[in-house]
Structures are given as structure tokens and as C-alpha cells.
Design a binder for this molecule. Structure first.
Ligand code: ATP
Ligand code: MG
Length: 418
């Protein structure tokens, strides 16, 4: 068995009642289960832990049997590769991904054929990067079979084993490399990894759109996504997965603007880095299998031709009225970032004031409907919609002020003059 390396101070996610129950159940009768992956990695760095992965010697059927007997609900999320999710609702930590130790016998990307094992070292070798192979038990004893601790502290994302061979097993690891480097890397990336990623970038089209999207969007949420994208551009990876991503400068300018009450967003950052037209945006959404909601957001996050310094209050209100708060904020930030990237930054105050519009102005509802037009004797058909739109534009032009009666007066006069 691997040797103990050091000890992690007890963490709230480790001592939580649900975690303890799951770990105690899995560790009964001489079997062994250890935390692994993101939770250990982030806890060592003192970063917030997002989800809990557990590795165990028990085969999946026994994981299910033992946990269910202990009253913990399980979901067979990935039985063929040995993963069971334990669900313990109620606490802060309500689900646990439990994976049986395994070796990948044959690998075709995601559909690896696996064999279960009780050999921790073998399980360590099938994992991707050394910083992801630090184990820890329920008492905080840390086990470090492939030197992940030193790499983590040095900010070095290094493949377990030979990078080219590991990428050939699963080319997603190229994208995981750039993502993990964006979050954990300090200084220059590992040259061997970079060389392998460059050499094998042409295999990336084999990946499903969902897997690419998952990694790309998470990379975009890193503290310096533009740095990560620059690196992906230099290695030829970007050209293969996202050739539309030509606006790294705009992305770089956007990131520091996402502060002061504006939450950062991977999708907005994606919009910022894309340099393409509407059809191009749809192409990206298709390829990355984005949801309709995501596609709509991406379409709406396009720059406008004015700056906040010169925009009128009504121009801003119209944008907010027509696009809704989310796309309004996206559009403003993107436009601001474009001004900065183009060396036309200007004053920050008008941009911040414009961004605050949704807080100080409630978007009103247009007081007329199609039946108001029909009631004036206009025959059903396309002109009804056209007249309604005209009336709406008049109402917007009048600062959204006219009430229903005033709008009806305007419409009556308009119909009479037609
Ligand atoms: P986070 O949950 O913060 O994204 P993580 O490292 O926990 O990070 P998971 O996707 O939860 O990522 O995977 C858990 C562990 O499984 C990883 O730490 C790694 O050891 C292993 N792993 C995940 N994906 C791969 C892969 N494509 N190839 C090899 N090992 C992988
Ligand atoms: Mg995880």
C-alpha cells in the first residue's frame, strides 16, 4: 500500500456527518476507501471544495449493497466504469462520487473498458495528472503515490506517465491539461505536456461536443482565461476546437470588468472571445451542443456600436427592455471590453452607471396588445403586428412614459391616418 505523506487538517467537508457515514460504511471489514481528486487537491491549497470523489477497493455492487444497508441512497451513475453516486440529502455535502479502483484495459476515449482491482498504485497510474492523484483518508492522512503534492505546490500540471500515450488513450486530457493549468499552474507549463498536446491536437475532433464544451466553459471560468486561450492558440489546439475564438484581447479586457456586483460567466466569456457573425455563433452552439438557453444568451451577447459615455438614458433603457437584464449586462460588458481592447477605454463611471440600470429602473410592460389594434377595426393579419410594433417604438421613444390611454390615443390617430 502507498505510504502516508502528511496530514491534512480536518476539513468541514470531511467531518460532515454524511461524509463520515459514507466513509465509515465503505471502510468497514478491512476494505479501504480514500478521498481523491479535486477535493483533496483543493483542500491542500486551502481552496473551497466543490465535490467529493472517493476511491474504494470495493466493487460497485458491494458499494451499493453496503451503503443501502446503512441507509444511504445510491445511484448507479457509471457502473460500467465503476462509479456509484451516494446521495445523502440534507447536509452541505449531499452527494459523493464513489469509484472502484480500476485499470483501463482498453481505451476508446470515454468508453474505456475497465477491470477492477485492489491495487492503489495501478489505479493511480490510470488517472490523468499527478495533482489529481493525491489520496486522503477520513482522518486527513495524505497519500501521494506519484508525487502530486510537490507538483501541486510548484504549480506544475504533469501527466501521470508518458503524455503522448496518455493523450492517445483519451484525447480529452489535452483540454483537461489546459483547464488544470489555468487553475493550478504557476509559471511555464510542463514542456513535455505542451509538446504532446501540440502533436496530438488533430485528434481533438474525435471528442463529443458536450465534452469539449464542458472543458472549454470551465477553462473560461479560470482566473486568467485569456492566458489559457493564448496557450491553446499557440499549440494549435484552439484552431481545432474553436477556430472562431479570435478575440483573446477582448476576453482579456472583459475579465477585470466582471466585478462590483457583476458575476462572471463562462458563457459571456465565450461570447467575448468569439470573433464571428450570427451564423458563426450558431455554428459554435451546434458544435458544442449548447442548450437553447445558452444559444440564446450567446446570440444576445453581441456588441453595440455606441459607448456608455455617449449613449442616452433611453438608448440604454431600450437595450434593457429589448434584451432583458442578463443579455443587457452581457452586451454592455462586451462592448466595454471591446472599447478597452481597442485602446478606447474612456471613463469607467458611465459604464458602471449603465451597468447599474437594471437596479434603478424596473422594465415596464408595453400597455397595448394585438386586440387593441383589432378593436379599432383593423382586419386580422400582418398589419396588426406592424401597427403594434410602431406604437411600441413610439412609446419607447417617448421614454416609456405614455400610459395605456395615451398609447391608445396615438394608435387611434395612426389608424385614422392610414
Ligand atoms: P473537479 O471536480 O474540481 O473538476 P476533479 O479532479 O475532481 O476536479 P473529476 O472529473 O471529478 O475531476 O474526476 C475525479 C478524478 O478522476 C480526477 O481527479 C482524476 O484523478 C480522474 N479523472 C477524471 N477524468 C479523467 C480522465 N479523462 N482521464 C484520467 N483520469 C481522469
Ligand atoms: Mg471531482
Amino acid at each position: 500500500m502507498i505510504q502516508e505523506a502528511e496530514r491534512l487538517q480536518p476539513q468541514s467537508w470531511m467531518t460532515a456527518a454524511e461524509t463520515q457515514r459514507v466513509m465509515q460504511t465503505l471502510n468497514r471489514d478491512g476494505a479501504r476507501a480514500l478521498f481523491v481528486g479535486g477535493c483533496v487537491r483543493d483542500a491542500i491549497l486551502g481552496r473551497p471544495v466543490k465535490d467529493i470523489d472517493i476511491a474504494t477497493e470495493l466493487p460497485p455492487e458491494q458499494v451499493i449493497e453496503k451503503l443501502e444497508a446503512a441507509g444511504v441512497h445510491t445511484v448507479p451513475t457509471g457502473l460500467s466504469h465503476g462509479t456509484v453516486t451516494a446521495v445523502a440529502p440534507g447536509g452541505d455535502w449531499d452527494h459523493f462520487e464513489i469509484t472502484t479502483l480500476r485499470v483501463d484495459v482498453q481505451t476508446y476515449g470515454r468508453h474505456a473498458q475497465v477491470a477492477f482491482t485492489d491495487d492503489w498504485e495501478a489505479d493511480a497510474r490510470r488517472r490523468d495528472f499527478t495533482i489529481n492523484v493525491i489520496f486522503c483518508d477520513a482522518d486527513g492522512r495524505v497519500f501521494d503515490p506519484v508525487g502530486g503534492l510537490a507538483d501541486l505546490r510548484a504549480g506544475l500540471v504533469r501527466f501521470v506517465g508518458e503524455p503522448v500515450a496518455r493523450i492517445r488513450e483519451d484525447v480529452l486530457r489535452v483540454l483537461r491539461f489546459f483547464r488544470l493549468h489555468a487553475y493550478y499552474g504557476q509559471g511555464a507549463p510542463d514542456p513535455a505536456a505542451l509538446e504532446a498536446c501540440t502533436a496530438l491536437a488533430d485528434l481533438l475532433p474525435d471528442l463529443s461536443g458536450e465534452r469539449v464544451a464542458g472543458e472549454v466553459l470551465r477553462t473560461l471560468q479560470a482566473p486568467d482565461p485569456a492566458g489559457a486561450f493564448d496557450l491553446m492558440a499557440r499549440t494549435g489546439v484552439l484552431r481545432v476546437i474553436l477556430p472562431e475564438a479570435g478575440a483573446c484581447d477582448r476576453l482579456r479586457a472583459l475579465v477585470p470588468l466582471e466585478s462590483e456586483g457583476v458575476e462572471s460567466s463562462g458563457l459571456r466569456r465565450l461570447a467575448a472571445v468569439l470573433q464571428t457573425d450570427r451564423a458563426g455563433i450558431d455554428g459554435v452552439a451546434d458544435r458544442l451542443r449548447l442548450s437553447n438557453r445558452e444559444r440564446t444568451r450567446l446570440r444576445g451577447a453581441v456588441t453595440v456600436g455606441w459607448s456608455a459615455a455617449t449613449a442616452t438614458e433611453n438608448q440604454l433603457k431600450e437595450l434593457l427592455y429589448r434584451r432583458g437584464a442578463e443579455r443587457y449586462t452581457d452586451t454592455l460588458l462586451l462592448t466595454w471590453a471591446e472599447h478597452i481592447a481597442g485602446g478606447r477605454a474612456g471613463d469607467e463611471a458611465p459604464w458602471r452607471a449603465a451597468l447599474a440600470l437594471p437596479l434603478r429602473w424596473t422594465v415596464p410592460e408595453f400597455p397595448l396588445q394585438g386586440r387593441d389594434v383589432l378593436a379599432l377595426g383593423v382586419a386580422a393579419g400582418p398589419p396588426v403586428g406592424d401597427l403594434l410594433e410602431e406604437a411600441e417604438q413610439w412609446w419607447i421613444g417617448a421614454g416609456f412614459e405614455p400610459d395605456r390611454a395615451a398609447c391608445l390615443d396615438w394608435l387611434r390617430a395612426r389608424v385614422a391616418s392610414a
